[in-house]
Design a protein around this ligand. Structure first.
Ligand code: GLU
Length: 295
């Protein structure tokens, strides 16, 4: 039995909604609506240092002006630390996770990837927690990018699931929340393609279902860099939503309806939606996105 479709958009409140995040929002919304599914919004506000005051409310208001609002209560990651802590405890109890005091500099000296045996010795400072990846090699079929495969030991190494500053890391939080929200389909930017095997490993270790994945091409600037909220990426103008929606539909390879009201434009876009018109990101674009997200 296939579960009813539940998709999501999970912005980090590090700035206003720009064209790149609009593409991710609209791409996930169209997939959900074309499958008569539900679409949820989650604010990924764990990283308090990167958060911009008011950005979460601003993103939600802009999405509403663009005709896209969460079908259920918006989940705030900052309110969910105890749930993530329980997941960490479970992994630690199964000896799938361990405390680590290695610094970036320690790891840079051994080639950048954690060698599964800590380089640094315990100190009085609080540790991070890493997941043991063992020999895990994970493959999955992405709806847009096709078959993807990654050897976690060779490409990633034991990775941080709980930061030394006491905050749950993105990889663990996203897995716990996708399951808590019953997400069946994750549609997001291709910069997160190579996080997906880490997330699938965590789902397996926590006995959580693996959703289907579709990674959208990224909007890159003229230098081939991802448009980030930190750069001068122009925010979407909430008071004039149609040009941005039309441009995002065009970027996703979809027909652009002539309608001049947001509701009509979106309704026609859903009727005309064909997932196979979305361009498959090229290997070069995937590599550029990966570099951009690592910076
Ligand atoms: N919060 C992440 C971002 O804004 C997206 C996470 C996800 O879709 O899994 O880049």
């Amino acid at each position: 039995m296939t579960l009813p479709y539940r998709g999501r958009f999970a912005p980090s409140p590090t700035g206003r909604l720009h064209f790149g995040s609009l593409v991710a929002a609209l791409g996930s919304w169209l997939h959900a609506r074309a499958a008569q599914g539900r679409w949820l919004v989650r604010i990924e506000d764990l990283d308090r240092d990167r958060e911009v005051a008011g950005a979460a409310q601003d993103i939600l208001a802009t999405l509403a002006a663009l005709g896209m609002s969460s079908d259920e209560t918006v989940l705030l990651q900052s309110a969910r630390q105890p749930v993530y802590a329980a997941a960490l405890q479970r992994l630690a109890a199964a000896d799938a996770a361990y405390r680590c005091w290695c610094s970036r500099a320690d790891l840079a000296a051994v080639g950048g990837i954690h060698p599964a045996r800590c380089v640094a010795r315990p100190t009085a400072r609080p540790p991070a927690w890493r997941l043991r990846v063992g020999k895990a090699a994970i493959g999955f079929d992405d709806r847009i990018c096709g078959h993807c495969h990654q050897s976690l030991a060779a490409d990633v190494g034991d990775f941080v699931i709980w930061r030394a500053d006491g905050v749950c890391a993105y990889q663990l939080a996203v897995v716990v929340d996708d399951a808590a929200q019953g997400i069946t389909e994750v549609v997001r930017g291709v910069d997160l393609l190579d996080s997906t095997p880490r997330q699938i490993l965590l789902q397996r270790l926590l006995d959580l279902p693996t959703p289907r994945y579709a990674h959208l091409p990224l909007v890159l600037d003229a230098q081939g860099r991802k448009l980030s909220k930190h750069e001068a990426a122009r925010p979407v103008v909430a008071s004039d939503p149609l040009p941005a929606l039309r441009a995002a539909l065009g970027f996703l390879g979809q027909p652009i309806p002539a309608a001049d009201h947001v509701g009509d434009l979106l309704a026609q876009a859903v009727r005309g939606f064909a997932a196979d018109r979305i361009a498959r990101p090229t290997e070069a674009a995937i590599a550029a996105a990966r570099n951009a997200s690592a910076q």
